[in-house]
Ligand binder design. Sequence first.
Ligand code: FMN
Length: 144
Amino acid sequence: MFLELAYSSKAVPNLCDKDIQAIQSTSSKWNVKNDISGCLIFHKQYFVGILVGNERIVRGLFLDLASDLRHTDITLLAKENTPWRQFDNWNMIFQVGSNKTKFLPTGKLYKNNIIGLAQIVEKRTYTSRIFWNSVIELMNDKSA
Ligand SMILES: Cc1cc2nc3c(=O)[nH]c(=O)nc-3n(C[C@H](O)[C@H](O)[C@H](O)COP(=O)(O)O)c2cc1C
């Protein structure tokens, strides 16, 4: 069995490119080593993430994440045990519309691509539906 866990949070106001890159590089190394897959979306000042893997490891990682000073308002959106792994081979950060960050494209087309992806990607569980719905909401939220 795998644990799937979706969460959202708000980046601290001074979070910059380097912080995002640091999160990405720590996460991709650690997650591969610990057989965790998932997806992290960063749009303007908000994160929406999903983690999939061994139950004990995902719980431990989420506790670590929750005490990370680079974000606040950490909210557990949904979690469930699943017999199959979703987000196999996924380990990425999408980032849209931040003027402070330049290493990924920004703008309407990119935003629409993320929304398109969120709409078509297979969602076999409640938790993944909540995750992708939150991504769509975040992309469409004018204030975010
Ligand atoms: C939004 C967000 C998502 C993160 N996702 C992961 C992740 O998937 N895997 C990971 O190892 N660290 C992730 N981190 C970093 C962890 O919070 C933490 O820095 C890392 O586990 C190293 O912990 P340590 O500094 O106590 O050694 C994330 C941080 C933030 C702010």
